[in-house]
Design a protein around this ligand. Structure first.
Ligand code: NDP
Length: 377
């Protein structure tokens, strides 16, 4: 009886919260209740996550996902990776992004170890790998990088070994390879799907023309074409998603798993007063990234965005990520985090998105002034 009353109370509160959330634009809402019968009366946790179909496929990805670039192995060890992936998963994240080149293979090994230990139902999450740069760095020999059939197949097998799994949900061509015929790439990816080693394949930082070429080849030979692209997308880098790909979305309809929603952390505002110790821009070998982003004009805009975020009662990181997922062409924004506090803050971007109404979006636009100018005809 005691347990029953508790359960009904939880369900009632859940229902009220669900109704309150009704006005949000989520096409599919994932609501999970974790009830605990030990601490009566209100010890429950409601997790709210939105899931979006990846382009024209039947695969649904959580609109916020989690990636391992820079952080895994370079900044964090197994125990922190375990904690971060646990927080992500418990909050409804169902996509974990990786690549052969991240920490030269060590990032995939770390994710593989964590996933094995977690022992989550394999069907409850998706994992990616990407091939192009190889994992041997300067030691790469010819055929140990690029998009040849040889490298794509070998890189797939190696990623599966490192991740300790039987198949990849998503497999990306990490960059276009101008030296390999697109027919070779499409046939190889098609065959990997047929063999059950990958479920969907995609491109990353390909041009709209290159994506359409892959689709032309797929249609010509009746093959499975790319269904997802992984471009950079944030308040300061918008052209591909908001200009170049518009016709691609309209015709072949790719999903997108967008990267660097915070421009490597710049849009969290933490670089406005210098470069904090331990942050990405302070890491040796990342000067190229620091130089790309540490520009006065960007910092000025972020200062103004911080003011707006404060007015809304959210952080500028939440505002920036929320802004990304307001774009319906974004299937998922891949979050990066080196600390638990960052991830917990960023996951709240979903709630923050509800505060970004038309008026707020206009104010953001006036501050950043990065909207691409579209051709008149
Ligand atoms: P972000 O732009 O969100 O940057 C994440 C980094 O910013 C964190 O690791 C952390 O770095 C800092 N940060 C995050 N949240 C906060 C916060 N709330 N307050 C302060 N600092 C914060 O994403 P990433 O650049 O990491 O990209 C996300 C994922 O996208 C990658 O993990 C990878 O999976 C994918 N990716 C794909 C690429 C491709 O070519 N396909 C290229 C790049 C990324 P720190 O604490 O070290 O300062």
């Amino acid at each position: 009886m005691f347990i029953r009353v508790h359960l009904w109370l939880n369900l009632f509160v859940l229902f009220v919260q669900f109704v309150a959330k009704k006005d949000c634009k989520a096409n599919l809402c994932g609501l999970l209740v974790v009830t605990s019968f030990t601490n009566f009366p209100f010890n429950f946790k409601m997790v709210y996550m939105e899931y979006r179909y990846m382009g024209k496929t039947g695969l649904q990805l959580s609109v916020l996902s989690f990636g391992s670039w820079v952080s895994f192995h370079k900044q964090i060890d197994d125990s922190v990776a375990d904690e971060l992936m646990g927080i992500a998963y418990d909050n409804g994240v169902n996509f974990f992004d990786n690549a052969e080149v991240y920490a030269l293979g060590e990032s995939e090994k770390m994710m593989g170890r964590v996933l094995k230990k977690k022992n989550w139902d394999r069907s409850s999450y998706t994992v990616s790998s990407k091939a192009f740069w190889g994992w041997r760095g300067k030691e790469n020999k010819p055929n140990q990088k690029g998009l040849s059939r040889k490298h794509l197949v070998e890189a797939c097998h190696e990623a599966l070994l490192r991740l300790q799994m039987d198949y990849l949900d998503l497999y990306f061509c990490h960059r276009p390879d101008k030296n390999v015929p697109v027919e070779e790439v499409v046939w190889t990816m098609h065959n990997l799907v047929q063999q059950g080693k990958i479920l969907y394949w995609g491109t990353s930082e390909w041009s709209g023309v290159e994506i359409m070429e892959a689709h032309r080849v797929a249609q010509q030979y009746g093959l499975i074409g790319p269904s997802v692209e992984q471009p950079q997308y944030n308040l300061l880098e918008r052209n591909k998603l908001e200009n170049e790909f518009l016709m691609v979305f309209k015709t072949v309809g790719m999903g997108t798993t967008i990267w660097s929603p915070l421009a490597s952390g710049l849009l969290s505002g933490k670089y406005n007063t210098g470069i904090p110790e331990g942050s990405r821009f302070a890491i040796e070998g990342f000067d190229w990234l620091k130089d790309r982003w540490m520009q006065e004009s960007f910092l000025e805009k972020i200062n103004k965005l911080s003011g707006l975020a404060k007015e809304l009662g959210i952080s500028v990181a939440q505002l920036s990520i929320a802004w990304c997922i307001k774009n319906p062409h974004v299937t998922t924004a891949i979050l990066g985090a080196s600390r638990k506090e960052q991830l917990l803050e960023n996951l709240k971007a979903l709630e923050a998105a509800e505060k970004l109404d038309v008026g707020v979006m206009k104010r953001i636009e006036d501050i950043v002034q990065t909207q691409p100018v579209l051709p008149e005809f």
